[in-house]
Design a protein around this ligand. Structure first.
Ligand SMILES: NC(=O)c1ccc[n+]([C@@H]2O[C@H](COP(=O)([O-])OP(=O)(O)OC[C@H]3O[C@@H](n4cnc5c(N)ncnc54)[C@H](OP(=O)(O)O)[C@@H]3O)[C@@H](O)[C@H]2O)c1
Length: 293
């Protein structure tokens, strides 16, 4: 079993590696093609992000009774999302460091991931570029978002860094049958809490309880199975979708197999080495089109 001081040291190295990657990657400004936010959109950014993103980034306010939730995805040119390494889908550095590990979650209380996106990898969903850390601090949020992991079969909590850092709270969104075998591991980790659903389809009920514990904004990082369930449950307000420059990914793995696209509110094009990359901020199909500013 890995000792706590070893997890802490591993996390320290992880933070250093992620920070180095974010600060050393050449980031290229995006070029705005469309900027028509919904009327209630909240604009976020600082001078650094606004220059690179070519404008403000928009998030939705929380609802009465449940948090607002966005999806952030990169897809290949031919529309696939599943891959062991999303970097291979051609979204580029600016997508990864400014949008994915940045603006899409900088204002989030929590990041939500499906168990398959977490299993087998060393992940922690946070903000790494110092400019984005500053932006998050200016919003009065804790250094790292709460990590919410959705699982129906349960996870080996002793096996993964994400569940072993006391300073980073975790919520397990699950059902009783999956929680039971994890109960001893949870007892010895007071920073992990259960968010139990009566059944897998009860995502809406779980979301309503999240707001009562202070989680008002969630960034869901996928994968497509969880994203599909959230779209079906009409729990998504915003979709941040980057389309990369290359074909690839596992064939037949679009963000969701059901129609989900509503109005595009923001569209940006990559520049320089990122020419061909497209970023879109979309509203889901079910969301009534809101008035534009
Ligand atoms: N392109 C991108 O932007 C992007 C983003 C994220 C992931 N990915 C890639 O996508 C792949 C993983 O995607 P995926 O669709 O296979 O899996 P996923 O959505 O990450 O995880 C699916 C798992 O989530 C749990 N789950 C699903 N619905 C749930 C619900 N209603 N309540 C509670 N838990 C629920 C289940 O966990 P159990 O397994 O425990 O039953 C299910 O097997 C990987 O290749 C990953 O690298 C790509």
């Amino acid at each position: 079993m890995t000792a706590q001081h070893e997890w802490n040291a591993r996390f320290e190295q992880f933070v250093a590696r992620k920070t180095r990657a974010a600060t050393s990657a050449p980031l290229l400004p995006l070029r705005t093609e469309l900027d028509e936010p919904a009327q209630d959109a909240i604009a976020i950014g600082n001078a650094w992000s606004t220059q690179l993103f070519d404008g403000r980034f928009y998030v939705s306010p929380a609802h009465a009774g449940r948090p607002s939730c966005s999806l952030v995805f990169v897809q290949s040119l031919d529309g696939n999302t599943a891959t062991p390494d999303p970097g291979l889908l051609g979204g580029g550095n600016t997508d990864k460091h400014l949008i994915y590990e940045g603006l899409s979650r900088v204002a989030a209380d929590a990041v939500l991931a499906g168990a398959e996106t977490v299993r087998g990898g060393e992940v922690m969903f946070s903000i790494w570029h110092p400019q984005l850390v500053d932006l998050r601090m200016s919003l009065g949020l804790p250094r790292h978002p709460i990590q919410i992991v959705a699982t129906l079969r349960g996870l080996d909590l002793a096996d993964s860094m994400l569940f072993n850092i006391p300073d980073v709270p975790v919520l397990l969104l699950t059902v009783a049958a999956a929680a039971e075998p994890m109960s001893r591991a949870i007892e010895s980790r007071p920073w992990i809490r259960l968010l139990l659903m009566a059944e897998p389809a009860d995502l809406r009920g779980a979301f309503e309880r999240l707001q009562s514990i202070g989680i008002c904004r969630i960034s869901c990082v996928g994968g497509r199975t969880l994203a599909g369930h959230l779209l079906e449950a009409e729990l998504i307000e915003d979709i941040y979708l980057t389309t990369g420059r290359v074909r690839g990914g596992e064939p037949g793995t679009p963000l969701s197999s059901s129609p989900w696209r509503g109005r595009t509110v923001v569209r940006k094009a990559g520049t320089g080495a990122d020419e061909g990359v497209i970023f879109e901020h979309l509203l889901p199909r079910f969301r009534p089109d809101r008035l534009v500013k």
